[in-house]
Design a protein around this ligand. Structure first.
Ligand code: SF4
Length: 190
């Protein structure tokens, strides 16, 4: 049967199975107890896509946000958006997670945002710094080279392969969607 994903499982899943864009936003959420609109949407729809229920998503965001703001303010200012993504408000159409192309082409992050695609939106120096915590130097160089050549799908695919101890090309497909990254990872790890 399908695994039920709860908010208490997320920290572990982030390490093994989340793509860099989602890792970056998750870290920001844990450190700053807040996400701006672009990140709430990009990350929230990804989490919904991996199977996090509305109740769990709401509780996870409330746990973090209420470290800085009162609970009633959270409900008033952020609750609606979360329910909206799950099709419980407004037009009541469940929203689907953004593809890499959507993330790369639409709504680029400003300096204070943490959404977007690190391969597209991070300065090379910062990208290298981020990757260095997980990968060897030559692996970081290879990935960065793809990113500099605007081949973000190849950069992300190599990142997947290196972090899952596959040979280069071993995934046998290109990463074009953050939820595809997650699902392929879970197939290998499970
Ligand atoms: Fe996320 Fe896609 Fe960028 Fe990978 S290529 S980090 S999955 S947006």
């Amino acid at each position: 049967g399908q695994i039920i994903i709860t908010r208490h499982m997320i920290d572990k899943l982030v390490v093994r199975s989340f793509p860099p864009c989602m890792k970056q936003m998750h870290k920001h959420l844990r450190v700053n107890h807040h996400l701006k609109y672009g990140a709430r949407r990009q990350y929230g729809l990804f989490l919904k896509g991996i199977g996090l229920s509305l109740d769990e998503a709401m509780a996870m965001m409330r746990d973090e946000f209420t470290k800085k703001i009162p609970s009633d303010k959270f409900d008033k200012e952020y609750g609606y958006n979360i329910r909206y993504m799950y099709g419980k408000e407004g037009r009541r159409v469940p929203q689907t997670a953004m593809s890499c192309a959507g993330i790369i082409l639409r709504n680029p992050p400003s300096a204070v945002d943490c959404h977007g695609c690190p391969f597209r939106h991070c300065e090379t120096g910062l990208l290298k710094q981020k990757l260095a915590s997980e990968l060897k130097k030559d692996q970081v160089e290879k990935i960065t080279q793809f990113a500099e050549n605007n081949q973000y799908d190849k950069a992300c695919t190599r990142y997947f392969e290196f972090t899952h101890h596959l040979e280069e090309g071993g995934l046998g497909q290109l990463i074009t969607h953050p939820n595809q990254f997650f699902e392929e990872s879970q197939k290998i790890i499970a």
